[in-house]
Design a protein around this ligand. Structure first.
Ligand code: HEC
Ligand code: HEC
Ligand code: HEC
Length: 127
């Protein structure tokens, strides 16, 4: 008697089942939830164009820090002419005070943990 056909079929089904989560995420995109960003402020625009902010907000924050700490230069003028205090807690987090539903959404997804909150005041959920 030759059972190898059945054994291989069984093995194939078994392999398919245990690897199903992988196939599923390959087909339907990612096992982890995509970031669900909530904009809570009344403003329509960020301090720079959205595409720039999405990709380069960390660079802008570094620039702000250097300019404040080295040059005491606290005034930032946006492209739309609005001016802002170059401050993480008082400016960014004034609009994006829902850190858990905004900053953390992306950072958890991307696996980054900015250490800024060791020193800078983390916003409470209310503005
Ligand atoms: C005046 C309110 C305001 C301030 C201040 C502000 N933002 Fe924004 N931010 C917004 C709004 C509104 C949007 C969404 C713009 C849009 O929908 O095109 C946004 C978008 C963003 C995005 C892109 C989100 C995405 O969908 O990819 C990032 C990242 C961001 N902000 C970070 C920051 C950081 C960091 C600071 C401080 C340097 C800051 N913001 C300051 C209002 C603000
Ligand atoms: C659209 C997604 C997204 C949003 C929204 C977002 N970030 Fe980020 N952030 C990232 C990614 C991705 C990185 C890592 C980039 C890299 O490593 O080059 C990052 C990196 C950073 C860094 C540098 C951290 C490090 O250790 O190098 C800081 C600071 C930062 N984000 C602050 C903020 C703040 C504050 C907010 C909310 C106001 C915010 N981000 C919102 C995606 C986002
Ligand atoms: C070890 C403590 C410490 C850590 C960690 C830290 N900072 Fe700061 N930061 C300071 C101090 C102190 C100042 C000077 C405050 C002043 O002169 O108003 C400052 C100033 C700044 C400023 C300009 C002033 C302001 O009100 O925000 C920015 C922007 C800034 N830091 C961003 C960041 C970011 C982004 C991170 C994380 C990637 C970070 N800092 C991590 C201590 C820290």
């Amino acid at each position: 008697m030759n059972n190898s056909g059945k054994i291989f079929a069984g093995l194939a089904i078994f392999l398919l089942l245990i690897t199903l989560p992988l196939w599923y995420s390959a087909a339907f995109g990612g096992a982890t939830e995509k970031p669900d960003l909530k904009i809570v402020c009344d403003a329509k625009e960020c301090v720079a164009p959205t595409a720039y902010m999405t990709a380069y907000h960390m660079d802008l924050l570094n620039e702000w820090r250097d300019e404040v700490v080295r040059d005491r230069d606290r005034l930032y003028t946006a492209e739309n002419g609005k001016t802002f205090d170059k401050s993480l807690s008082r400016t960014c987090m004034n609009c994006h005070y829902n850190k858990a539903d905004f900053c953390d959404q992306c950072h958890d997804y991307a696996g980054v943990k900015p250490y800024c909150w060791d020193c800078h005041v983390e916003p409470k959920e209310t503005p």
